[in-house]
Write a protein that binds this ligand. Structure first.
Ligand SMILES: [Zn+2]
Length: 435
């Protein structure tokens, strides 16, 4: 469709029924004077034809035009009813595109929600782009986003549930570190929900809100076995397999290696201070998986053990950690069982109190650890899903103090389904390849 003259403004504005009377750029912003062509209107009270009573201007922010924040000056018509018996005297015209007393057009609210929610833009950046304040932008995201989040269809089809704690706000003068618990669909990596705290009660309350059919569909629950989550599942998901994720376990093993290394460093006479200490120099290398070490890293480990580990304690702690890794490297349940027994052997023989403590912890959580093999590696997909989630939480959560805003934002970004039509390409090839 080719348009000319006044029609150009109508076509570019793209708001049905509105025409553009004037366009002016002031200080990097675009100002458009717009009005509707309404001429015949019935009284909303009695239906008698209303009489025009002049116009009143109202300012509304709209979508940016060609990279400039845009403000509409809408010349709203005032109507009056001349029917003497009618109680309705005057009113202003209305449109579904701009709600009464709104500071943003409806389509601007939708677009802001998509940019923040779907694309992960920051609220501050979007607010700037539209020429509004942070709170106005956040309100638009809330108004448009809440219905998407309230739609429980987004929870459908989950068979493996993962529970993870993440730091929401670091400790400061006014509060301790605040945690949230994320519920993840382990098989797809989709974020299902976020609740405040990392307590069993928080998770249990969330499960109270799920119906029986949904719970019956869950066959596996992957958890950090050292938190209270297992308690929360009782009475809700008793039928599901409990799986302990290997990185939670490996994290504990790594902490044990660190503890031993620090103790040895402190106990060793002639300890040369942090930087020059041979054990300090390999503190990271000690935590790598041995099958990923390069020849140079092996040589550094050997040299440091020779120089700074007189009773082989750091070496033994490292070997215990590696034995535990083997449990997860095992390809079946029997192999896993064997590897676990070998780990207990290493831990006992090492004589290290730290290693014995770790073995004790593992003994109490054997079933979920070994379940890792029988549940078809649910955990490896989960590792990725959770890592991604944590990254997003860190990036998206920056600047959020309010949990509800934070939850909304994350769910829009990692949990909602967006049905946005894509614009047609203007070149044959994707711009990615054309660059
Ligand atoms: Zn009337």
């Amino acid at each position: 469709m080719l348009v000319e003259g006044n029609e150009v403004g109508v076509a570019m504005l793209g708001m049905s029924g509105f025409s553009v009377l004037e366009a002016r750029e002031v200080a990097g912003e675009l100002g458009l004077v717009v009005e509707t062509g309404q001429v015949v209107v019935g009284c909303t009270g009695c239906g008698v034809r209303a009489v025009s009573h002049g116009r009143r201007e109202t300012l509304i922010r709209d979508l940016p035009v060609s990279g400039r924040p845009t403000r509409l000056r809408w010349r709203k018509r005032l109507w009056r009813c001349h029917e003497p018996l009618c109680a309705r005297q005057t009113w202003t015209e209305t449109t579904a595109l701009i709600l009464g007393r709104a500071s943003l057009t409806e389509r601007a609210k939708t677009a802001m929600c998509e940019q923040v929610g779907r694309d992960g833009d920051s609220v501050a950046a979007v607010a700037r782009e539209y020429g509004v304040g942070w709170q106005t932008a956040m309100n638009a995201v809330t108004v448009r986003g809440m219905p998407l989040i309230a739609d429980l269809d987004r929870l459908a089809g989950v068979t493996a549930l993962g529970l993870d704690e993440t730091v929401f706000l670091k400790a400061c003068r006014t509060h301790p570190t605040l945690y949230v618990t994320g519920m993840v669909d382990v098989r797809t990596g989709r974020l299902l929900d976020l609740v405040e705290n990392r307590t069993a009660a928080a998770v249990s309350t969330w499960l109270d809100g799920r119906d029986e059919a949904w719970k019956a569909g869950i066959d596996t629950v992957a958890i950090d076995p050292y938190q209270g989550y297992a308690t929360a599942l009782k009475g809700h998901l008793d039928h599901a397999h409990l799986v302990a994720d290997h990185w939670h376990v490996i994290r504990l093993a790594n902490a044990m290696v660190d503890d031993v290394r620090r103790r040895v460093q402190q106990d060793t006479p002639g300890h040369r201070g942090r930087k020059g200490d041979p054990l300090y120099g390999i503190r990271r290398t000690l935590l790598f998986a041995s099958d990923r070490l390069t020849a140079r890293q092996w040589a550094r480990l050997d040299a440091a053990w020779d120089a700074g580990d007189p009773h082989d304690e750091t070496y033994l702690a490292w070997a215990v950690k590696e034995a535990l890794r083997d449990v997860y490297a095992a390809s079946c349940d029997e192999e896993g069982q064997e590897a676990l027994q070998a780990f207990y052997g290493w831990a006992a023989d090492s004589g290290l109190p730290e290693a014995r403590r770790l073995a004790g912890t593992m003994r109490r959580r054997e079933a979920p650890i070994l379940a890792w093999h029988t549940t078809g590696g649910a955990s490896s997909a989960r590792a990725e899903a959770t890592n991604l989630l944590i990254k997003k939480i860190k990036r998206v959560g920056h600047g959020f103090r309010n949990f509800d805003n934070y939850r909304l934002r994350l769910l829009l970004h990692c949990g909602a389904t967006w049905h946005t039509p894509r614009a047609a390409r203007i070149r044959g090839r994707s711009p990615r390849f054309a660059a």
